[in-house]
Design a protein around this ligand. Structure first.
Ligand SMILES: C[S@@+](CC[C@H](N)C(=O)[O-])C[C@H]1O[C@@H](n2cnc3c(N)ncnc32)[C@H](O)[C@@H]1O
Length: 316
């Protein structure tokens, strides 16, 4: 079990996040992925006037962030919740709208580095992968119960694993002998079926582990549902900043921002607008911001991070 003091996570893209969010007018800030509280700590320090509501579905993150942010007293409220319940949590907190929203999605370093969380193929541990370990099916549950075709789809869609069908067939064949339980066993199978030389030098288990994690935590569904709430919830003039770590997530954010920034979508040539579409966002990052050379040297995990931000110009 982690204690709050061994929860070590270096916040990524901290300087651009601060540049984008610290200027936000208004004082109601939400960090929807509190993690170890690194981004929140910097925001609370930079803006002594703000109050911050922090969410995380992982109780270990809530405990660590609460401890780290204790010096800010009642300026911080930390709530264990999925970010797709954002609107509910914000309203329960007594706010009708918010002024800034940060989402730094994906997994934290302690989630990845602790074998007992079951996220990593680098250590043997239980095949768990739930960010909230008290809730929902584990990775083992999915491997032991899903139909072969559904498993193959998950591996292909969320992991872009080219050998998804072969892997799924092997998973199902093996579970008839004994149920899946350990990350080490799955890593072994992937090494055998996917092979070492495959896929740009990535360790063979990388893509399938990513795919399972996304499925276990419904990561893409969570992101889509939360973005839709964000445009209603963030007040006009407020800002939304989202950091993603792989292309599936980044594509969702990019398309959502574009869709919301677009005005009338009627075919050209119509004399008057019939679609009634209004733009709700102005994009602040035409291209996503990425880590500097210096940050990459200090924290190689920032390599895949992309930051996109927008300001709300009208609520839908
Ligand atoms: C990359 S870490 C955030 C690190 C944080 N910004 C910091 O500076 O320490 C991502 C966090 O988001 C949380 N998370 C991911 N998906 C979530 C969801 N759908 N709802 C709530 N929390 C989520 C994870 O549990 C994890 O703690």
């Amino acid at each position: 079990m982690t204690t709050p003091t061994d929860f070590q996570h270096i916040p990524v893209l901290l300087a651009p996040v601060l540049d984008l969010l610290a200027e936000t007018p208004g004082t109601r800030f939400v960090d929807a992925t509190l993690g170890g509280g690194g981004h929140s700590q910097a925001l609370l320090a930079r803006r002594p006037d703000i109050r911050l509501l922090g969410l995380d579905r992982d109780p270990a993150a809530i405990a660590a962030a609460t401890e780290r942010l204790r010096p800010f007293g009642d300026r911080l409220t930390a709530v264990q919740a999925t970010f797709s319940s954002l609107e509910q949590v914000v309203h329960d907190h007594g706010w009708s709208q918010i002024d800034a929203l940060l989402m730094d999605i994906g997994v934290s370093s302690p989630q990845l580095d602790l074998p007992e969380r079951g996220f990593s193929f680098r250590f043997d541990g239980p095949l768990d992968m739930r960010m909230d370990p008290s809730h929902g099916p584990t990775a083992a549950d999915l491997l032991n119960t899903l139909p072969e075709r559904e498993l193959a789809d998950i591996l292909y869609r969320y992991g872009e694993e080219r050998r998804s069908r072969q892997v799924a067939a092997e998973i199902v064949r093996r579970r008839r002998e004994r149920p899946w339980a350990r990350t080490g066993e799955l890593a072994e199978l992937l090494e055998r079926v996917v092979g070492r030389a495959h896929q740009h030098g990535l360790p063979p288990a990388t893509r399938c582990f990513q795919a399972l994690r996304i499925a276990v935590n419904d990561e893409l569904g969570e992101l889509e549902r939360t973005l839709r709430q964000a445009v209603r919830l963030v007040a006009v003039g407020g800002r939304i900043a989202v950091i993603t770590f792989h292309s599936l997530e980044d594509r969702i954010v990019k398309q959502f921002f574009r869709e919301q920034a677009a005005s009338c979508t009627c075919p050209p040539g119509l004399p008057v607008c019939v679609c009634g579409k209004v733009s709700t966002l102005r994009i602040l990052t035409p291209k996503p911001l990425t880590a500097s050379e210096q940050e990459l040297q200090d924290n190689p995990r920032a390599a895949c991070a992309k930051l996109r931000a927008a300001t709300v110009i009208q609520n839908p």
